[in-house]
Design a protein around this ligand. Sequence first.
Ligand code: LIP
Length: 267
Amino acid sequence: MTLAQDLEALAMDIAREAGDLARVRREAGVSIAATKSALADIVTEADREVETLIRARLAAERPDDAFLGEETGAEGGESGITWVVDPIDGTVNYAYGIPAYAVSIAAVRGEPTPEDWEALAGAVYTPVIGELFHAARDHGAWLGADRLRVNSEVGPAGALLATGFGYDPATRPGDIELISAVMPGLARDLRRGGAASLDLAYVAAGRLDGYFERGLAPWDLAAGSLLVTEAGGRFGRAVPDGSPRAPLVVASTPAIYDRLAAAAGLS
Ligand code: LIP
């Protein structure tokens, strides 16, 4: 087993335990703990409890690693490995009872920023649907025991794409502008799933041909980006001119990547 495969096995094990806790807490009822960057940007008690569990497991199993989590922030380490964690990705889905939420855990090497890190392992677990997507660098992307491959081509009707919207209402006009730039001539239809980690996992699984979104945080994309590239897809992230606070992510089958990236303004 390589280091990446060891990290993948740990991410999978912890994601399962954390996801099952999130599901049990959901069944018992949700309590909103606070709002963050905007009124719509909620955090539930479960987000915090699940991240605390993940952090404690990682500290016990790999005490020299660093940590970067959506709810509890960052802590340095000695090993050069950082765990990038979103305890409940799709928190609004979670709060409304929509089962499309997931635990996202990734291990990266180097600076814990998407433009600098080398993603080594990732797991995305959606406990209600019971699907565990996982990947280790140079060992492929998997759903359970099935190897994942992005779609090799897109049909004549066009690409099935997904996107999302940030919590800050001020970014909406730009998001809608992006959709009207991307859809004509490229998309057969659009999906808004509500959880970036699942959107990326679905690109890796060939359930979507592509995905694009502005303003994602590192923990929203860390594991999903590795799933896409290990499944033969392409993943890009850049800060378009004029919107420094909203880095743009594009991920898709190679069959449409250049056109999607160009339409979205990534290149
Ligand atoms: C969510 C992302 C989603 C995006 C939401 C939010 P959270 O992450 O997964 O793609 O559209 O605005 O950022 O807040 O549920 O972890």
